[in-house]
Design a protein around this ligand. Structure first.
Ligand code: UFG
Length: 326
């Protein structure tokens, strides 16, 4: 079976390409290599192309004839999206529209989309279920929510493309790396907590900060649901199986259903690395919801997804091994 993966040279995409390759899928990665790296693509072929070039993408789809498309390519920095919203609407929303349109025109009927917990904004109820209202609080989350709506309408019952089916996966906080350290997160400027803390342990970051210690949480810092990237990759394969068996279009949270505070993560990074790096406590980062935890019962039940790495130490150990290799 042939799968086209946009953004397959990026952090999450490359782990999914690995999982697809290991299962014997025929993979074609399309990536503009703006933040992706060709050496992260362990299986299949890589074509350097930008989703902004709809003609180019359509041509690739017509010639490869994938059975399904997985769409990862996107910008992901919440803060940057506030400063440069149009960059996000163009790359995340407009370019997704290009890809979705190329798919329906090319008779591709199965589509898996990388969405985000950012579509929920500050959830009223925790853990957050998929039917919670979508109230993103930044352009990043809105740019992704719009794609969810584009997919929903494209697959709608009265749509001329109503044989098109999709799964949107709403990622919580993705972290960790390949067990054998072949691939991992490789961004020029890390913003994510675990990566920054590891870079502090490595001595690459001198001013590691905890953003906000006055939240209404047990230790005053934000709580997040950290999911290992290989478990997330497995969720994509399960979603693909589901669509292949005729599953209807749907949306699933991807998280473990429990969280850790920023302080707990920092302490675990210190324990795993053995480095007691300097930590400065500073004010809140704008746009941070205090607590974000997935209700994952739907993905477990519907896709038979079973987490294998629900262990913060393992997540940090794999990320640390990769970070040292970088
Ligand atoms: N944090 C620090 N210090 C740092 C980095 C982060 O204290 O150096 C804190 C943040 O303030 C936050 C927590 O650690 O409270 C987690 O922050 P991350 O940047 O690692 O992750 P986010 O929860 O902000 O973002 C993640 C994804 C986004 C997604 C979002 C959904 O990375 O793509 O969840 O809200 F949009």
């Amino acid at each position: 079976m042939k799968v086209l993966v946009s953004g397959g040279a990026g952090y999450i995409g490359s782990h999914v390409v690995k999982a697809l390759g290991e299962k014997g899928y025929d993979v074609l990665v399309v990536d503009n290599l703006s933040t992706g790296h060709s050496e992260l693509v362990l299986y299949g072929e890589l074509i350097k192309e930008d989703l902004a070039n709809k003609e180019g993408i359509s041509r690739i789809i017509r010639s490869f004839k994938p059975d399904a498309v997985m769409h990862f390519a996107a910008h992901i920095r919440v803060e940057e999206s506030v400063m440069d919203p149009l960059k996000y609407y163009r790359n995340n929303t407009v370019n997704s529209l290009n890809l979705i349109e190329s798919c329906v025109e090319g008779d591709i009927k199965e589509f898996i989309f990388s969405s985000t917990a950012a579509v929920y904004g500050i959830p009223e109820k925790l853990p957050v279920t998929e039917d919670s209202p979508l109230k993103p609080i930044n352009p990043y989350g809105r740019s992704k929510m719009m794609v969810e709506y584009i997919l929903e309408d494209t697959a709608g019952p009265l749509s001329k493309y109503n044989d098109f089916r999709y799964v949107s996966l709403r990622y919580f906080n993705v972290a960790g790396a390949d067990e054998k350290s072949r691939i991992g997160q490789k961004y020029p400027e890390a913003t994510h907590l675990i990566t920054r803390a590891l870079k502090a342990a490595k001595g690459e970051i001198e001013n590691f900060q905890i953003f906000g210690t006055d939240y209404n949480t047990p230790d005053g810092t934000c709580i997040r649901d950290y999911i290992h990237v290989d478990d997330l990759a497995d969720a994509h394969l399960k979603a693909l199986d589901y669509l292949k068996k005729g599953g209807k279009s749907d949306v699933f949270n991807c998280g473990y259903g429990h969280g850790y505070s920023v302080r707990e993560v920092v302490d675990t990074v210190k324990k795993v690395t053995g480095v007691d790096f300097h930590v400065e406590e500073t004010g809140r980062r704008p746009g941070d919801p205090p607590v974000l935890i997935a209700d994952n019962s739907k993905i477990k039940k519907t896709l038979s997804w079973t987490p294998r790495h629900d262990d913060l130490e393992y997540i940090i150990e794999t990320a640390w091994k990769w970070e040292k290799k970088l």
